[in-house]
Each structure stands twice: as structure tokens, then as C-alpha cells.
Ligand binder design. Structure first.
Ligand SMILES: [Zn+2]
Length: 285
């Protein structure tokens, strides 16, 4: 759910360079003979817009020479002449575009290369991701004809709030439930896509786990503020923190949302913070 500027590299040149770098064989021969068809598929990708997941793959037989030749272009990117391409893609974002949280160390294919091998090295189809999200996404991309994930270069989410958090005390344990909502300027279509993205990648679980640690880090200050100024002092501290985090990470980062939710919870400010686990060790046990 991070949006990035669309890459502006010449994909035709990259394709030709990768093919030229490959060892001679049936795969390379097939690619040489079908460069123009792949280039046509690239044009279709850029023109598809919201219909991206409806594109018909060039080949469906995953064991065919055609499929293997195109999909293995991805591994061929590691050849000397194009070895700088993958590092450059990773540099587009330090954070995973799918969760906007974890450090990005892998590259996700928005349309999976196992289904669309023709887009294995198409720049617009590649974005930095974390191992968790990349693994969860795997070869999924649509369901019932609808896309499952926001596209990092196509979709732009509103800057108004669309991520919410609710803090609850359940059996003596603080639980934070994150959810997405349709913000005032968000279309129903975008909201439904955001909700699918959030659900399939289980971002509520990820943010909920993160929230336990983040609350642990502020527990001591909450106690100190409460001792000197009561619940109101705790609330003022949390509201300041929420503004500060939002100023740096945006209002829809889980941490800003969490701090705002905590500041908005009178029961938390009036003593609920005592139920934050004392250390991560205790929370894990
Ligand atoms: Zn991620």
C-alpha cells in the first residue's frame, strides 16, 4: 500500500540486453524470434489500467519452451550486463510496498511471472517487497475477476484517514484491532480493493503484533505522565505523539493510527496502559 513513481526505463532495451546476454539454446532462439510479441504485451500492460488482471497470458503451458524462456529472463537479469537492475528496483523503496512496514529485501512481480512470464522483467510489474508479503502474495493476483492487490505504480490512496485501530482489553490483555474504512473521497472500487489487499496479506495481524511492541515502548512514559497529571496528561502525550508520527509517516501508517487510537481511548489513558506487557519476552510467552 505504498505508492511509488512509475519507473521510466526503456523496457525494450532491457529485454534486448537480457536476451543478448543469454547462452545459446532453444530458449534464446525462441526469445529472439518473439521479441516483438513480448513488446506488444508490454504495450498492453501499460494500456490496461484497471483491467490489468484481465490480460490474457501469452502462454499457459508452464512446461513449454516459450514459458520457460520468458520466465527465466528473470534469472538472466543477474548476468553481468544487467546486474545493476535488481538493486536499482530495490532502491525504489526501503519499505515493502505491500505492507508499508517491513524492510524490503525482495522484488515482487505484481502479475506473477509463473502466470505472466512475458512480464518477468517488465519494470512496471516489479516493486520492492518484504519476504513476508512476497511469500503470502505468491502467485495470487485476482479473484472472481477482480484484482487482489493495490498496484504500487497505478493506485494512489487518499491522504485522509482510511486505517483505523480499536484498543480493547480482552481477558486482561490489550488487543489492537486494525481495519480499513472508506474515506470520504475514496471510491467504492478503491475501498473494496484496499480491503482485499488488507485481508489477503493479513495486515491486521502484522500491525496488531507491531502494536504490542510499540505500546511497550511508551508504557513507562504513560505511567510517568499519569503520575504527574492523570489521564489528561497521558492523553495529551499520546495526541502529541500521534501528530509527530503522522507528520513523518503519514496518517495511515499503523503507528500513527495506533497512537491516535490510544489517545482517543479514555479507558487506556485512565489506567489501561498498565495492561501493556512489561517486556516483549512476556508478550511472546
Ligand atoms: Zn511487506
Amino acid at each position: 500500500m505504498l505508492s511509488l513513481a512509475a519507473p521510466s526505463l526503456d523496457d525494450g532495451v532491457l529485454l534486448e540486453t537480457v536476451i543478448a546476454s543469454r547462452n545459446a539454446g532453444v530458449g534464446k532462439s525462441w526469445l529472439v524470434d518473439h521479441v516483438s510479441e513480448i513488446a506488444t504485451a508490454y504495450v498492453a500492460y501499460h494500456a490496461a489500467g484497471a483491467g490489468l488482471v484481465q490480460l490474457v497470458p501469452m502462454v499457459t503451458d508452464r512446461t513449454s519452451v516459450a514459458h520457460r524462456a520468458m520466465e527465466s529472463n528473470w534469472a538472466s537479469l543477474d548476468n553481468t550486463s544487467t546486474a545493476d537492475v535488481k538493486p536499482a528496483i530495490l532502491k525504489r523503496s526501503a519499505r515493502c510496498v505491500l505492507c508499508a512496514d517491513q524492510q524490503a529485501g525482495q522484488i515482487d512481480h505484481y502479475l506473477p511471472k509463473a502466470v505472466y512470464p512475458e512480464f518477468a522483467i517488465l519494470q512496471a510489474n516489479l516493486a520492492p517487497a518484504c519476504g513476508r508479503c512476497n511469500h503470502m502474495k505468491s502467485d495470487r493476483y485476482r479473484q472472481d475477476g477482480q484484482p487482489l492487490f493495490l498496484h504500487p505504480y497505478h493506485h494512489r490512496l487518499p491522504t485522509e484517514r482510511w486505517l483505523t485501530a480499536e484498543v480493547q482489553l480482552v481477558d486482561g490483555v490489550l488487543v489492537v484491532d486494525f481495519a480499513v474504512i472508506q474515506s470520504p473521497t475514496m471510491s467504492a472500487e478503491t475501498y473494496e480493493l484496499l480491503a482485499r489487499h488488507f485481508s489477503v496479506l493479513r495486515l491486521g495481524d502484522l500491525y496488531g503484533d507491531n502494536a504490542i511492541s510499540a505500546m511497550g515502548e511508551i508504557k513507562l512514559t504513560c505511567q510517568e505522565e499519569f503520575t504527574t497529571g492523570g489521564a489528561q496528561a497521558v492523553q495529551r502525550y499520546l495526541e502529541k505523539l500521534a501528530r509527530s508520527v503522522a507528520g513523518f509517516r503519514g496518517v495511515n501508517h499503523w503507528r500513527s493510527t495506533l497512537m491516535e487510537a490510544l489517545g482517543g481511548s479514555w479507558s487506556f489513558c485512565a489506567g489501561g496502559f498498565r495492561y501493556i506487557p512489561d517486556s516483549e519476552g512476556i508478550a511472546i510467552d
